[in-house]
Design a protein around this ligand. Structure first.
Ligand code: AP5
Length: 220
């Protein structure tokens, strides 16, 4: 499976990506996680992108495309992958076409009001990227990671003003990808209602991917 996840910030891409990657034994490639890890390590890339990410703007296309091209060359991507956070512009989508052929796009839909509630309540474990929500997915012990017991933090871009900036950026730069993938030949576009609880969203995605698998088997 060579898949792309689309959807507003906070639509539930990262949450659902973990289930899909485990089910199909494919790597979950989150560009946000890669950038945050680079920022944490203060690598050259991290230094370049730190302020851009904190402000909720997009990192330049050439940096992101090189990063994904290198990542997709790694062995674990031979039998498929799940891209979460890439592409985010038409230029990135066009560059991706030159690198590999995508089979399916899962577009998780959610309203802007729900996004604000989801992201202001999100807490993360920075070292692993594990995600929680104060109401919808609370940790077993308040403010502590379930696995390591280490403290959870609020992402610097998860404060309301920055969330609104990210939504604005999404509407202008990323939302054209919806039409792009809806009309792309040989790519299965799957629209999923992200407003339902996590297990229901997971089930709807599983059903859509089963249909896609059956369609592939017929072609093979
Ligand atoms: P990135 O990390 O990709 O952020 P994003 O797209 O804004 O997505 P999020 O991680 O915020 O949300 P999500 O959809 O994964 O939601 P989640 O599952 O956590 O990118 C960050 C930044 O990096 C960008 O702003 C940009 O600067 C830069 N960047 C990255 N890629 C780039 C690119 N290609 N080009 C340029 N720049 C790039 O869920 C959210 C919360 O809701 C959680 O608390 C979760 O527990 C809860 N939740 C999830 N599902 C449900 C549900 N069904 N019901 C109730 N609660 C739920």
């Amino acid at each position: 499976m060579r898949l792309v996840l689309l959807g507003f910030p906070g639509a539930g891409k990262g949450t659902q990506a973990k289930f899909i990657a485990a089910e199909y034994h494919i790597p979950h490639i989150s560009t946000g996680d890669i950038l945050r890890s680079a920022i944490q390590k203060t690598s050259e890339l991290g230094k370049k992108v730190k302020n851009i990410v904190a402000d909720g703007r997009l990192v330049p296309d050439d940096i992101m495309t090189t990063l994904i091209e290198d990542r997709l060359k790694q062995n674990d991507c031979q039998h498929g992958f799940l891209l979460d956070g890439f592409p985010r512009t038409l230029q990135q989508a066009s560059a991706l076409e030159g690198i590999t052929k995508i089979e399916g796009v899962i577009d998780i839909e959610l309203s802007e009001e729900a996004v604000i509630e989801r992201l202001t309540g999100r807490r993360i474990h920075p070292a692993s990227g594990r995600t929680y929500h104060l109401l919808y997915q609370p940790p077993r012990v308040q403010d502590k990671d379930d696995v390591t017991g280490e403290p959870l933090i609020q992402r610097p871009d998860d404060f309301e003003a920055t969330i609104r900036q990210r939504l604005n950026v999404y509407q202008i730069q990323t939302s054209p990808l919806k039409a792009y993938y809806q009309h792309a030949p040989a790519i299965c576009y799957m629209k999923i209602n992200g407003a339902e609880p996590i297990p229901q969203v997971k089930e709807k995605i599983a059903q859509a991917l089963t249909k896609l698998s059956h369609a592939r088997e017929k072609i093979d």
